[in-house]
Write a protein that binds this ligand. Structure first.
Ligand SMILES: CC(C)(COP(=O)(O)OP(=O)(O)OC[C@H]1O[C@@H](n2cnc3c(N)ncnc32)[C@H](O)[C@@H]1OP(=O)(O)O)[C@@H](O)C(=O)NCCC(=O)NCCS
Length: 177
């Protein structure tokens, strides 16, 4: 692998992806937030959120959709979507991006852009009007990435990480223009 010009392929997930999603989820969350949060809070959240049984349970929910991005055939990132989220103030169907994460070694290689483009295409194809997501207010890298794709802050929300309460910006992208 060299440079940024690898081939990125998006694959919608099924039951067979459970172990991969659990590992990819835990690893990318730790890579992103270990420098900023106490280890105990992080581990508590990771244990609750990414254990196999939890991912298996999530995959069975009709409103949940995961997709994995492969960069030159290596699993590099993923997205977790929530269909038809209700959001006060947004009219029309709303698709929530609950998680979008790229492994550290693949960051900056357009894997995130490929994941986001996949989500935009799927949302438009299925008649959604809005994309919606929450991002920790101090995660300036991700905020810049979302702004690049036309997301705007619409509100704030609290997010529980272990025993810590974090402040999120809620951002939305209008798909109708
Ligand atoms: C945010 C994230 C998904 C972006 O994915 P990525 O693969 O690194 O980004 P890409 O290489 O696809 O970049 C796409 C575009 O966004 C821009 N971008 C990416 N990271 C950026 C940053 N930190 N600051 C500003 N712009 C950024 C790129 O410059 C690129 O723009 P260009 O097409 O004009 O060159 C990824 O870095 C990540 O997983 N971060 C850690 C986890 C995280 O914070 N997830 C979000 C939690 S809410």
């Amino acid at each position: 692998m060299s440079g940024n010009s690898g081939h990125v392929k998006l694959v919608p997930c099924a039951e067979k992806h459970v172990a991969l999603l659990a590992e990819l989820g835990a690893k990318t969350f730790e890579e992103a937030f270990a420098p900023f949060h106490p280890a105990a809070d992080l581990q508590k959240y990771i244990k609750e959120t990414y254990q196999l049984e939890q991912i298996k349970f999530n995959l069975k929910k009709p409103e949940v959709q995961y997709a994995v991005a492969y960069f030159d055939f290596q699993d590099a990132g993923y997205v977790k979507l929530l269909k038809d989220t209700n959001v006060e103030g947004l009219t029309g169907r709303v698709l929530e991006i609950e998680k979008i994460y790229v492994r550290k070694v693949f960051k900056g290689k357009k894997v995130g852009a490929a994941l986001m483009q996949y989500v935009i295409n799927e949302a438009i194809r299925n008649g959604y009007s809005w994309l919606y997501l929450g991002v920790w207010q101090e995660n300036t890298d991700a905020i810049s990435f979302y702004e690049k794709f036309g997301f705007k802050t619409v509100s704030t929300r609290k997010f529980k990480l272990g025993d810590q309460i974090c402040d999120d910006f809620m951002m939305a992208k209008d798909l109708r223009n």
